[in-house]
Every structure is written in structure tokens, then in C-alpha cells.
Design a protein around this ligand. Structure first.
Ligand SMILES: [Zn+2]
Length: 251
């Protein structure tokens, strides 16, 4: 059911939230656009000039690894200054109230953690771009550490411990989805009685299967997104409004 206007949407959303015992949020790019992070997949997005390097190309040559890091540092004007938006803060409020055990996200921007949700309770299906890891020994590296070593010659450093390649902690195109995160997202999707799909077009599989999994398991499904999604017809409530506006009353 599509809510006809913002006031009705908020009132209906409040009923669903009040009635639920366990709420499972699932977030996509739309929750972060008001934070200055563009939806990279949208047309005319930043990926024209700063498209991420596919995993096989990253592994294949030092030049591509250097290029990947150059593009990542260009993107930092968006990521480094972003602060949680009203949607993030609303979910953090529900998390503190005890109704939201964890957040499943397609986003890589770390904004759920910054809003106050414990890192262990943010299930990142596509990883995290605000830090890096060694692909061989998994040692964590901060971006500032990499940048200091990158900038003199535009050459990406390798891991001082083991010589492995250092890459942002994201899931690149051509890289497998993290099994532990996928498993946990599935368990969470089946454990809630209200599934909130927020700011995702729900087209990126397999992640988009979670709302359907929850719905088939008996949970109510609420979709909050600026644009129509493929699952609007099966949702119990569709809120096609600005995400910040729709969730601000729940902060
Ligand atoms: Zn290493």
C-alpha cells in the first residue's frame, strides 16, 4: 500500500514500528545521499571518472592498484566529511531502544557506525571503504597511513608485514560476497517481524533477496525509497518520500 503523503506515511510507519517486536532494517545508497555521498549507481554518477577497479584488474598489475588508490583518494572529498543523516540517526534511536538488533547495509560509508551503532551490529554486505586491509594477512590499515606513502610517487604501498596487496575493505566487482555477512543477514532477516527496506532500489542480487525472505517468513515489509522498487507490490507499506523526511520523526 502506497502512502499518499508524508504525514500518512509517518503515521502508518509509526504503527508498524510500535507493533513490531524485532525490527530489521536493510539500507542502501538512498539513506546516505543527504550526507553528501552520491548514489554511485545512478545515472550521471561519479563513476564516470572514478569507477571502481574490478577485482581481477586490481590483482593483475601494480599500475591498476595505483590507479585504484588514486580514484579512492579522489572520492575522499565525499567520504571523509560525511556525517550520519536523519535516517541513520533514526535507526540508531531504534537500536538504542532495543527493537533493532543490527542493521544490514549495502553501503560502504561507515555512517551507521558513526551514528552510534556498534560495528559488530552493522552487517556490511559490500564491505567498508573507510579503511583498508591486506588481502593476504588481513592486517588493517588506515587510509591516512596509505595516503602518506602513496602521495610522494603515486605508488600504492604493499603490506610491510607480508608483502600482500592492500585494498579498501570493500567488496569489489568480481569479488565474492563475504560469507559471514551473508549468513548473518539471512539469520537476521528471518528473525524480525518487521523488515524496513530503506533507500535501496532492491535490484542488486543476492542482497535484494533479504526483504523477500523476511516477507515470506511472515514479517511485515515496509519499503522507504524515493523511487519505485520491484517489491512495492508485495510490501505492506510503501513510503515514496524523502528518506530523511520520513525517518526524522523517529530520531
Ligand atoms: Zn599482509
Amino acid at each position: 500500500m502506497l502512502a499518499p503523503d508524508l504525514a500518512t506515511a509517518v503515521a502508518r510507519l509509526r504503527e508498524f514500528i510500535d507493533d513490531a517486536e524485532v525490527i530489521q532494517p536493510f539500507t542502501g545508497a538512498g539513506i546516505s545521499t543527504e550526507c553528501g555521498i552520491p548514489d554511485f549507481r545512478s545515472s550521471g554518477g561519479l563513476w564516470t571518472n572514478t569507477k571502481p577497479i574490478p577485482f581481477d584488474q586490481f590483482m593483475a598489475s601494480a599500475q591498476m592498484r595505483d590507479e585504484a588508490w588514486r580514484r579512492r583518494f579522489v572520492m575522499d572529498e565525499h567520504f571523509a566529511t560525511a556525517k550520519p543523516g536523519r535516517g541513520h540517526l533514526a535507526l540508531a534511536s531504534l537500536y538504542r531502544s532495543g527493537k533493532v538488533p543490527a542493521v544490514i547495509t549495502q553501503n560502504i560509508d561507515n555512517l551507521h557506525q558513526e551514528s552510534g551503532i556498534s560495528a559488530g551490529d552493522v552487517v556490511e554486505l559490500h564491505g567498508n571503504t573507510t579503511y583498508a586491509t591486506c588481502l593476504d594477512c588481513n592486517q588493517r590499515y588506515e587510509l591516512s597511513w596509505i595516503r602518506e606513502r602513496f602521495e610522494p610517487a603515486n605508488e600504492a604501498p604493499d603490506c610491510p608485514d607480508c608483502g600482500g596487496y592492500i585494498k579498501t575493505a570493500t567488496v569489489s566487482f568480481g569479488q565474492a560476497m563475504p560469507p559471514a555477512a551473508m549468513q548473518r543477514a539471512e539469520e537476521l532477516s528471518l528473525a524480525g517481524d518487521l523488515f524496513l527496506a530503506i533507500g535501496s532500489s532492491l535490484v542488486v542480487w543476492p542482497a535484494a533477496g533479504f526483504p523477500l525472505m523476511a516477507k515470506r517468513n511472515g514479517a511485515a515489509l515496509v519499503i522507504i525509497n524515493r523511487e519505485r522498487t520491484d517489491f512495492d507490490d508485495v510490501a505492506d507499506l510503501v513510503v515514496r518520500q524523502d528518506i530523511g523526511d520520513a525517518l526524522a520523526p523517529f530520531v
